[in-house]
Structure formats: C-alpha cells, structure tokens
Design a binder for this molecule. Structure first.
Ligand code: NAG
Ligand code: NAG
Ligand code: NAG
Ligand code: NAG
Length: 416
C-alpha cells in the first residue's frame, strides 16, 4: 500500500504571512460573534461560547479542570451520502434514553433508581442521537418506561408512560422528514398486543419499517434514501423473540449482533457478544451494536469513559466484528467527554462505513477521502477507493488554508 506522504507546501513569503495575521486579527477582534465561537478544546464559560454542536464542561476525572468546549453532536452522515444501504451508517445511541438526570417519576413518587442521560429524548434527537434504548414494562394498566426492582416496575423506578416518549419521537419524525430513528426495546411487556397498542396510540405505527423487509442472511439493507422516500423511518426492535410473529416487531438479535453490555463489556481489548446475540463476527446479521456503559451509571467518570477508551473499544469491536464498524454506539451521558466523545466515535464509525476514511468529515460525496484529513485510513470493509484518494496532492485551495490557519490561531490568541 502506498504510504501517505505529502510534499510540504513551499513556505509563504513572510510579508504575505504578516498581512494575513494582521487582517485576521482585525477581523476577529472586531467581531465578538467570531471570537465567542470556540472550537473543541478551547476554554469557555458557557455553552453559548462554543460553536454549534458543542457545549462547555470539565472532565475532572480525566484531569481536565479547565472548562472547555466539547462535542455533543455527531456529523450527520446524510450530509455526505444518502444512497447507501442502512447498514453503511452509524448512529449515536443513548442507553436508557428516558432516564434523565433529576427526573421525577410521573407516579408522583421520588425516583430511587439510576439516571443515565442529561436531557430529554427530544433534546437528544435535536442533538443528533438516532438510536434510543427504552425499557418497557406493564404498569398501572399501561406501558411505562421503567427500571425493574425485584423483577417488576415500581412507583419509585417508573419514569413515565411510554406513550409520552413515543409521542416525542413522533413529533421529531414529523418535523424532520429525512431522519431515521431506531428504538431498541428492552421488552418486559406481557399484555396482549401491548406494544402495538402503545405504538398505535403514539401515532408512530405508520413510520415502522416492516420486519419482512429486513435482510435475514447478511445482505445489505435497503438504501437510507429509499427508507426515507417510503416514510419507513422508524426501526423498533424488541428483545422478545415471539413478538415478531405475534405483532410484527422484529426480534433484535435476528438482525443485530451486540457486544456485552455493562462493566463486563468495558474490558480493554475484548469485545465479546452478549448472551442473547450471535457472535460479533457472525455476518448473517447485517447490523452491529456496540454498548459502552457501566452497570451503574457514573456521571463523573462518564466523560472519561466516552473519550479515549470508547475510541479504543471501537477498534477492538471492529476487529471482533469481522472488520465491521458499529451501526449503533450506545453510551450513558452521551454529552459528556473530555473533547470529542461519543460524537467523535460516531464520526469515526461513519467514516469507516461511508467511505473508508478515519472520520466522516473526511468523506467526499464520491466516496473518496479528502486528502487534507490525515489520520490512518481504517481497514473497513468498504475500502475500495480511499487508499487511492489518500495519496493525491494537496489542491491549491488547501495550500491557501494552510497559510490562513496558523495566522488565524495567532490572531485569536492575541485577542484573549
Ligand atoms: C404507588 O402509588 C400509588 C398512588 O400514586 C399508590 O396507590 C400505591 O399504593 C403505590 N404503590 C406502592 C407499592 O407503594
Ligand atoms: C392499531 O392500529 C391499526 C390501524 O389503525 C388497527 O388496525 C389495529 O387494530 C390497532 N391495534 C391495536 C391493538 O390497537
Ligand atoms: C472526488 O471528489 C473530490 C472532492 O469533491 C474530488 O476532488 C475528486 O477528484 C473526486 N474523485 C473522483 C475519483 O471522482
Ligand atoms: C468492499 C471492498 O472493497 N473490500 C476490499 C477491502 O480491501 C481488501 C484488501 O485490499 C479487499 O480484499 C476487499 O475486497
């Protein structure tokens, strides 16, 4: 394989460089909006100091006490490619999406169970989350989102009737006609046709992608653009095998391989499948889900878990999954990280799936990698063109950017 080797552009003549620095400094210092739009890793006081898709936080457990802008939203892979099979995309997924920090139980009782996320499902969807893990239980003659205590849903572990969150999802799908969402139901519902009734009541039934159209023997999924065109924009997998025949809800592990969840799934360098799933390397399931969260959600540690360790686990699971990048990356406190976090992990998986680049930002619309994004090109299964693209010369516009970039940084520093 040809090694990525670039000719350094000729150094710019010093007078030009100084003029650019001066111009950039004048522009940036005179424009507060530009100065307050901070990039990943820059110091901030408030979320609105940071660029779109970022927020302001510390990660003390990782030694980062200085508040800095960190990633929240992944890059939308549809901005690069819409006409790939659904199994060629990766989606940021929240574990126990409904268990919002500080939420009260709608039974009126104080919640005495774990919280896994910081914001509502609507906010998660607005931030680019596209996979939701929901635990559904029979409770009070209805179906609730709940954790179990003593094998059942209790007043103090019940969050909200499932229909409320399903209606949030419905509102998002109605308002965003090209978005596709996947729900993973941890299903404890025994009441007859219980899932059907609650999906009916939420208005979501018409969006459901039919199980009959899902590939069973490792084939490609329909194209994302086709799913959007047919308005089959909701996948709802259940953990209960019998509901596929009874109600048409696909049984998750007939279509998805999934690694061990919880603390046992966070052992560095290992990515075993969970008990209910076929082996990670089983190619008869076309979708791959990677869990990366603890048995007990840990808010202070989550920023560290969701950073370098998560990225390393992606590589481990990629190798364990026969060279497949995960289609779903499920975490607790998805907004927390020391920099790029779960959003960056999703970008990395999308880079591998969409075009064979190290990150989705480097993908061109024709499936090649943009040459100025270096980083190792991952060995994905979709690698046809990326190596060839990586050795091309820098175009003139990028040489110009190389000139402007350092001067912009210097100018910004001089404003502080
Ligand atoms: C749960 O709350 C309801 C009223 O909100 C109450 O009637 C019921 O007794 C409670 N159940 C338990 C086990 O505390
Ligand atoms: C769900 O809605 C469909 C279509 O309106 C209807 O035919 C079906 O009977 C409903 N199922 C239940 C269990 O409510
Ligand atoms: C792919 O797209 C990039 C960027 O638009 C372009 O520079 C490149 O020439 C294209 N490559 C091919 C093989 O079409
Ligand atoms: C889909 C694809 O192009 N896969 C190729 C990735 O690279 C290996 C090794 O170069 C090929 O054997 C695959 O066919």
């Amino acid at each position: 394989m040809a090694k990525l080797q670039k000719e350094p552009p000729p150094p710019p003549p010093p007078p030009v460089f100084l003029v650019v620095v001066f111009a950039a400094a004048v522009l940036l210092c005179s424009c507060p909006a530009a100065v307050s739009a901070r990039k990943v890793g820059e110091t901030c006081a408030l979320g609105r100091n940071c660029d779109a898709g970022l927020h302001c936080e510390t990660c003390v457990t990782d030694g980062n006490v200085r508040p800095r802008c960190t990633r929240v939203s992944p890059v939308d892979p549809q901005s690069k490619a819409r006409d790939l099979p659904f199994n060629r995309y990766s989606w940021l997924t929240t574990h126990n999406s409904f268990a919002r920090l500080g939420a009260r139980s709608q039974t009126g009782t104080a919640i005495a169970t774990a919280w896994n996320q910081q914001d509502t499902v609507t906010q998660q969807l607005n931030n680019g989350v596209r996979g939701l893990m929901l635990d559904m239980y029979d409770f009070r003659n209805d179906i609730w989102l709940c954790h179990s205590y003593g094998g059942a849903c209790q007043n103090f572990t019940a969050f909200t009737p499932a229909v409320n969150v399903l209606r949030e999802i419905e509102a998002f799908l109605a308002a965003n006609p090209s978005e596709v969402i996947t729900i993973f139901i941890e299903d404890y519902v025994e009441s007859p046709m219980g899932l059907t009734r609650v999906f009916n009541a939420s208005g979501l039934t018409r969006y459901l992608f039919p199980a009959a159209r899902m590939p069973r023997n490792g084939g490609d999924w329909p194209l994302l653009s086709d799913m959007v065109r047919q308005n089959h924009r909701l996948l709802a997998f259940t953990s209960k095998p019998d509901k596929e025949a009874a109600e048409g809800f696909p049984h998750e592990w007939g279509y998805v391989v999934e690694n061990q969840y919880g603390t046992k799934g966070m052992v560095d360098g290992s990515c075993p499948s969970r008990a209910e799933s076929a082996a990670m390397s089983d190619l008869s399931r076309s979708l791959v889900l990677v869990n990366y969260f603890r048995d007990l959600p840990n808010f202070p540690e989550a920023c560290k878990d969701n950073s370098a360790r998560l990225l390393a686990m992606l590589d481990t699971c990629h190798a364990a999954s026969a060279g497949r990048w995960p289609n779903f990356i499920a975490v607790d406190f998805y907004k927390r990280s020391d920099r790029g976090g779960a959003a960056e992990a999703t970008d990395k998986a999308n880079g591998g799936l969409v075009c064979g680049c190290g990150t989705i930002s480097a993908c061109n619309s024709n499936g090649t990698c943009s040459p100025h994004k270096r980083g190792a090109t991952p060995k994905g299964i979709f690698n046809a063109t990326s190596d060839a693209a990586a050795v091309r010369r820098l175009p003139a516009t990028l040489q110009w950017q190389l000139l402007v970039l350092p001067s912009t940084v210097i100018a910004l520093l001089s404003c502080l």
